[in-house]
Design a protein around this ligand. Structure first.
Ligand code: ZN
Length: 324
């Protein structure tokens, strides 16, 4: 029943629609500080549903078929952003179990032992001794971190607030909170170059996601172009083949990137680029602003119906900002 509804909303050929799922990481076990990230059990269930309901294509083939009007019915692709090593350790075996291909968009500065700023902050809060923590962040101040629940309650507003700070201020706060917590930061949370090569050898695709994962709209134009170009060059050197797909860091049009960056991605010769705007893609979609979506539901039917609903979401919900 659901499958035939999906086929109606996502037929083959010129009226086909491409659903692109977005993930970041797969956890070994549920983590109360990362409530939105699936663990291996849940990811396995999701992939089983997706493999039954959708025709999952490698992203490059899916984009080519979308443009050519030759998509199969219920076409979908799977993507992961940022370059978490558990993509190799935990997601890959599950993807292979269901014979699914996925694309991994990797920010290269964190390869081989790096850590994204948000993960530094999460680890600092996780290991904060408590019961009180002076965050040094305006609007948040000193808060209780005596229990996991209190730490979890702090993290959402803390991450949101710190994300908006100028870079020097952000790194000063993160560095100070890491020092206060006494945490030894994990060295192997992100891919190393050997894992990136292994993913490609396992028929996964590697896509560019800049060097430092900046908000591109906060960058000067030459800096933004450097980030996009150099991130790709580093990955091409690792896998020894062209990298043709790109995902905008943070990915909200008009907020995290705008028309200047779309033009850069096109000029640099990428075949397709992806936002984090929710929706599905038709043949007339801009190949350098394709939309992605992942339902959060834990119930099979709710998940399926949410995927069905997303097939009717055809326009970005945020209009793109100009160059100003
Ligand atoms: Zn990202």
């Amino acid at each position: 029943m659901l499958k035939s509804m999906l086929s109606l909303a996502s037929p083959q050929g010129h009226h086909g629609r491409l659903s692109v799922l977005i993930f970041h990481r797969v956890l070994a076990a549920p983590d109360p500080l990362l409530p939105d990230e699936p663990d291996v059990v849940r990811f396995d269930v999701l992939m089983r549903w997706v493999s039954r309901w959708f025709n999952v294509l490698p992203l490059d083939q899916a984009v080519a078929a979308l443009r050519a009007g030759t998509l199969p019915p219920r076409a979908a692709s799977i993507t992961f952003d940022d370059g978490y090593a558990n993509g190799y350790q935990l997601a890959l075996p599950i993807l292979q179990r269901y014979q699914l291909s996925a694309t991994f968009f990797v920010a290269t500065a964190n390869l081989d032992g790096g850590l994204m700023w948000n993960d530094r902050l999460i680890e600092a809060v996780r290991h904060a001794p408590g019961p009180w923590l002076d965050t040094g962040v305006e609007g948040i101040g000193t808060v209780r971190v005596g229990s996991l629940e209190e730490k979890r309650a702090l993290l959402a507003p803390l991450l949101q607030t710190v994300a908006l700070l100028p870079l020097p201020e952000r790194s000063e706060i993160v560095t100070r909170l890491v020092a206060v917590s006494g945490v030894v930061l994990p060295q192997e949370m992100m891919f190393n170059a050997t894992q990136v090569r292994a993913m490609r050898a396992a028929d996964m695709l590697i896509g560019a996601h800049t060097v430092n994962h900046p908000c591109l709209r906060a960058c000067a134009d030459d800096e933004a172009e450097f980030e996009i170009r150099e991130g790709r060059a580093r990955l091409e050197a690792i896998i020894d083949e062209p990298v043709k797909l790109f995902a905008y860091p943070y990915g909200k049009p008009g907020k995290d990137y705008d028309s200047r960056h779309v033009a850069m991605v096109k000029k640099l010769g990428f075949e397709a680029a992806f936002s984090t705007c929710w929706g599905s893609n038709s043949a007339s979609a801009d190949a350098c602003q394709l939309m992605r979506f992942t339902p959060w539901d834990r119930n099979r039917w709710r998940f399926g119906l949410r995927m069905l609903g997303n097939l009717f979401q055809t326009e970005p919900r945020v209009t793109i900002g100009g160059a100003s």
